[in-house]
Each structure stands twice: as C-alpha cells, then as structure tokens.
Design a protein around this ligand. Structure first.
Ligand code: UDX
Length: 428
C-alpha cells in the first residue's frame, strides 16, 4: 500500500520504517528540513535500536521523506498522523499539532479523486478523532468522512528503545474506526501479524491507549507504595513482588519499585486522562494518587540520603543515571531532574554521570559537573545516588574511592554484599 506518515518523531519514524520493511511505499512528511534530509540520507533523526538498519535498507527505495504535503497526500492512499500531543500548562492535552496535521491533510483531500484514509496514531484523549480531527478534515476538504474519505484511530504501544521490536512483535493491534471501509483498509496493513487484532470505534481505541499507560503507571506506583511499607518493615519488596507477580492474573512485569516512572508517555498520559475526566465532571482519585506517589519517591530518596549525610551543603554527591530509563538518552520527566533539583536546593555539589543523556541534562542543569564514567563520579564523593536502571551500574566496584561510601539506590542496581558500603535501597 502507499502510505504517508505525518511527523518524524519516534512514533512516525519507526512506523514509517517498519511499514516500508513490510513492503509498503512510504512517504514521511515533516516541517523540519533537517529531519527530512536525515531520513532521506538513511540516518535516523532519533536513536532507536534497529532503526538505522531499516532506514539504510529502505531510504531512497520504498521510503522517502518530504516537506511537501501535496506530494505526500497525492502519492499515498492512507495517512498516519504521528505528531506530538504534549500537555498544556493546565495539565490538559495540547492538540495543536493534531489540528494542524488534520487541516493540512484535509486541504489536499479537496482535489483528490481516489479514496483516502486518515488514521490518528498520536496518543489523543477519547473523542479527539471523532470530534476534533474529523470535523477539521471535513471542513478543509469540503468532503464527508465515512463517505468520501475514511477516518481511523490506530494507537501505538511502542516502548522507547524497543520501538522497532514492539512494532514488529506487538501483543495486540487496536484498530479504531467509525466506518467499516476505513477499518478494513487499516486492517489490511497488518495482514501478516499473528497477534490479536481488536476492532473498535475510534473513541474506544483512544481510551485503550490511555488506560494501558495509566494501568502500567498504576502498577509502578502501587509497587512503590508496597515498597515504602516494606522498607519500614525490613522486608525485601522485590522478593514480595516476585511472589505477587507469579499470579498469572497480575503478571511479573512493571512491579519494580524505586524512583518511579518518567518518560514522554506515562506522566503526560495519566495527566491528560485526569484532565479528560474533569471535562466530564469526574475526579479520578486513584489516578491522582498514582501521580502523587510518583512525585513523592524522589523526596523519599532525599530523606534517606539525609539520614547518612544530614548537612548536604558543599557535599559532593554523585548522581548516576540521568535518562528516564536505561538504554535511552531521553530525559523527559526523568526522576533524576527532581533529585538533582533538591540536592542543589540544599547546597550540594552535584557530579553527574550518564552513558547517553548528559548532553540533554546540560540544558536543564548547565552548572553542575558532568563526567565521562561512573568511576570518575564516585571519586571523592560524599554519597552516591543511583537514579536510572543502566545495566553497567550492577558492575560498579569503585566505591572505595568515595570520601564516604554512602550509596542510595533508587533502582536496585547495586548489590551491597561484600562491598563495604553504607547502602540504602529506596524501597528495600
Ligand atoms: C511506555 C509504554 O511502556 C509504552 O507501551 C507506551 O507506548 C509509551 O510509554 P516508555 O515510556 O518508553 O514506554 O518506557 P517504559 O519502559 O514503559 O518505562 C517507563 C518508566 O517507568 C521508566 O521511567 C521506568 O524507569 C519506569 N519503570 C518501569 C519503573 O519504575 N518500574 C517498572 O517496573 C517499570
């Protein structure tokens, strides 16, 4: 099939490259000329495992990028809207880019004689496809959705860093459509897939995406609550959750307690769902608490640190890990941000290390010290904080070079056995 992808962020680029690898003709559109150039040169504008290989194999063949909507819509039969949906200052979803993309596509549908399907892939609050994207498409094209062109909603469930793998091997595919013809076109794109395909209306598809992320975030905050109790009772919460996760109704995943969740999705999507609930006059207590528990975890870590280093003024504190999770350079909503903020507020000297994310954190905290190895960060430190679950931290053994070997572990990365350190796990 001929596909156009609007937006070359991590969802758009991965979706485009993966659809190309499945044998489709793909055109990616972006307003950023550098991204377009980079895609056409076979260089991914973002880092994702396996993406470079796909771009190299397909760029210039059945995958290309353009700044030109006319070109993209004229030469495709289906368009995927993959633009960002950030949170605005009031905590509500900002649909500006979805509106712009819908308008731009709609204007090109005006003179198009063949049937075209427009699919929202961006994460949008329920009813957005039906009540925001569709009316704009209709107005801009002067045509009727469900008759002259089709509209659908096909959420992504891609983890950063594992997005290519997740696209090719999903647990399920959700296809939302308000008319069967559009839904059938979208479904045909996933012909070879073995996983369950769920066909629903667009607002149900939108809700499935939010509830999936909200539920995963809830599992983490729940595990943090349990961990905070376990810590006080001298119980290893990881053993507890291992036992709990063996119940097939619960599953062993996303039960790791620690500093909490960050990233571009969980905090934003839980907030947007709370905001949408408020629009329909409902206050979701559980979801609000999920965010509260998450915001509380960095403070718990600071409290533990102050038990061992009561006065942080001028103390050299090593922060290991700046990315919101391992294997990414993304620091959006990283738990390291509030941790460093609190350390600086107490007058500490922060020395930070991350294998990939330092250059981004420099924009948030330009005046702290950044070093190239974890060993360097530990040198002469009065304490060390582990903020990200990078595998390399498991092998650390240079704690002897610290001024005081105080280790506060926010991710259960350090095994204190035989290390001669003062060790505190945040929840264990
Ligand atoms: C998430 C969803 O997993 C994905 O399906 C969705 O489409 C986008 O959002 P991502 O943000 O890339 O993906 O990261 P993920 O691997 O899910 O981790 C999110 C955060 O939760 C990280 O900060 C991680 O450290 C934290 N986490 C994860 C925990 O604190 N405990 C866990 O058990 C698992």
């Amino acid at each position: 099939m001929r596909i156009s992808i609007i937006g070359t962020g991590y969802v758009g680029t991965v979706t485009g490259a993966c659809f190309a690898s499945l044998g489709n003709d793909v055109i990616c559109v972006d307003v950023d000329a550098r991204r377009v150039e980079s895609m056409n040169a076979g260089v991914p504008p973002i880092y994702e495992e396996g993406l470079e290989e796909l771009l190299k194999a397909h760029a210039g063949k059945n995958l290309r990028a353009t700044l030109d909507y006319d070109d993209a819509i004229a030469h495709s039969d289906i368009s995927f809207i993959c633009v960002p949906t950030p949170t605005d200052e009031g905590g509500k979803i900002d649909l500006r880019f979805v509106r712009e993309a819908s308008r731009s596509i709609g204007q090109r549908l005006k003179n198009k004689s063949s049937y075209h399907v427009v699919v929202v892939k961006s994460t949008v609050v329920p009813q957005t496809t039906q009540s925001v994207a569709t009316p704009i498409l209709e107005e801009a094209s002067g045509k009727k959705a469900g008759v002259d062109f089709g509209v659908g909603m096909n959420p992504e469930f891609l983890r950063e860093g594992k997005a290519v793998h997740d696209f090719m091997h999903p647990d399920r595919i959700v296809i939302g459509g308000d008319d069967p013809k559009a839904q059938a076109v979208i479904k045909s794109l996933y012909k070879g897939y073995k996983c369950p395909i769920l066909e629903v209306d667009t607002k149900t598809a939108e809700m499935i995406k939010y509830v999936s992320n909200a539920f995963l975030a809830t599992k983490i905050s729940f595990s943090n609550e349990v961990g905070n109790i376990c810590k006080r009772l001298g119980i290893d919460t990881y053993k507890v959750m291992e036992g709990v996760g063996l119940d097939a109704r619960i599953s062993p995943f996303f039960l790791n307690s620690g500093l909490g969740f960050g990233g571009s999705c969980f905090p934003k999507d839980v907030k947007a769902l709370i905001g949408k609930a408020a629009d329909v006059d409902y206050e979701p207590q559980l979801l609000k608490t999920v965010l509260l528990v998450n915001d509380h975890q960095p403070q718990m870590l600071l409290k533990l640190l102050k038990i061992h280093v009561p006065d942080l003024k001028d103390k050299r504190i090593a922060v290991l890990g700046l990315a919101f999770k391992n294997d990414t350079d993304d620091i959006r909503e990283s738990r390291a941000i509030p941790v460093i903020g609190s350390l600086l507020a107490e007058g500490a000297q922060v020395v930070a290390y991350d294998p990939m994310a330092s250059r981004h954190m420099k924009k948030v905290y330009p005046n702290i010290e950044y070093v190239k190895t974890a060993d360097e960060a530990l040198m002469d430190a009065d304490a060390c904080i582990v903020a990200t679950e990078w595998a390399e931290f498991k092998k650390l053994d240079s704690f002897g070079n610290m001024r005081r070997p105080v280790v506060i572990d926010g991710r259960k990365m350090i095994d204190p056995k035989g290390k001669n350190i003062i060790y505190e796990g945040i929840c264990w």
